[in-house]
Design a protein. Structure first.
Length: 159
């Protein structure tokens, strides 16, 4: 989720406090109506309003500050784009690299997984044909592959 801010009217936003703004239009790609998030004054008494949203499509919106405002101060138009959330998709140094069942949720998580894979340990058990690939220090199993060898080819299967 990303926090977006709105300011109604011109000049000092403190002149426009205690409004109850709403979205009258909140459409994906300017066509499909979506459930709009709530808008709150943050911090209270500041005349600054915010809402939280995580756009996955381009969003077109029209926000109405309320009928007690003059028409020139009342309406705000804007757009949200998924690129606004790029910092959220990149991730944080604490992001998980996932498990054998769950993929990482951010680019940084995938990068960490790749590093763990490159620097990790692997064990091949000839008797079973199982190749286990683990993180550094062999603490977490990243992948397990099954190798078969015939007189004509070698085959790898698994996750």
């Amino acid at each position: 989720m990303k926090t977006y801010y709105l300011k109604f009217g011109s000049g000092n936003p403190a002149n426009f406090t205690a409004l109850a703004p709403t979205f009258t239009v909140f459409n994906a790609n300017g066509v499909t109506a979506l459930a709009a998030p709530g808008i709150t004054e943050t911090p209270a008494g500041s005349g600054l309003y915010s809402f939280m949203y995580a756009p996955t499509l381009s969003i077109l919106f029209l926000a109405d500050g309320g009928s007690n405002l003059a028409n020139t101060d009342r309406f705000l138009t804007g757009a949200l784009d998924p690129i606004h959330a790029v910092d959220e998709k990149m991730g944080y140094t604490t992001d998980s690299f996932g498990t054998t069942l769950v993929d990482p949720s951010t680019v940084l998580g995938y990068l960490k997984r790749n590093q763990e894979f490159q620097e990790g340990d692997s064990t091949f058990t000839k008797a079973t044909g199982v190749w286990d690939i683990s993180t550094r220090g062999s603490s977490t199993l990243l992948r397990e592959k099954h190798l078969t060898n015939t007189t004509t080819s070698a085959t790898k299967t698994g996750q």
